[in-house]
Design a protein around this ligand. Sequence first.
Ligand SMILES: [Zn+2]
Length: 254
Amino acid sequence: MTFNEAVLHIREASRDDIVHLVSARISLKRSGHSFSACCPFHEDKTASFFVHSTKGFFKCFGCSAKGDAIRFVSLFDGLSFTETIYLLAQQYHIQISTTNRKKYQKTVQKEDEILPGYSVLKSEILKTNQIYVAFKQGNAPFTPIFFINGSLSLDAAKLVKKRAQKIIFVAQDTSWNILKPSFEAALNAGLEVFAIPNNSAEFQEMDWVDFCSAQNTQIITKKDVIQLIAGIPDNIARSVYITYATDNFKEKNR
Ligand SMILES: [Zn+2]
């Protein structure tokens, strides 16, 4: 069947199946026709999350999370609507026509070309709302982490921005030639940019401007930082950064 037909089928099947789908992911406690649990979408200690088996929806009274079974799976697994439909189609043994599937696989393939490993880590990125980027394989104990060759491209940064707010560069032993374009791409994409410097024993991350001004080498100049700030799309963020960077570099005279 076509993708849209599959959506209709899955809507119906998953409505009856919501308790099963939810309880496969969190443990539910029965109370009458509904089931309750501690909400998986916010810090919840009072079981404000309810699943209504007969009505086929969930609702949390502690946060705004609510919706049908498809929505729950999508939120919990960190998948897009399309991805959720493919996942559930598999579960319900529904065949979606190959043209649709090929189109979907093509998207995944393209994303992985832009940022290797992206499709695998997609759901995790949505949950953590941030990613780490390292330029060499090593003992960087972070997740989700991407190891890239050369600098981060603008396309890759935009892909990250779809699912996360913040990017942290593991900058150990990485040259400014590699770092600068990476910072530039991430800032242009509207990400919050942080870096973990060389001398950071505990992998302490710092704001990228702090990172730049803290480098003891003369390589990173105030001019570099101002250039990078110019690429930030948000006016307010840009002016805040200008003030901050000016203060930060005042004493350094570089
Ligand atoms: Zn909640």
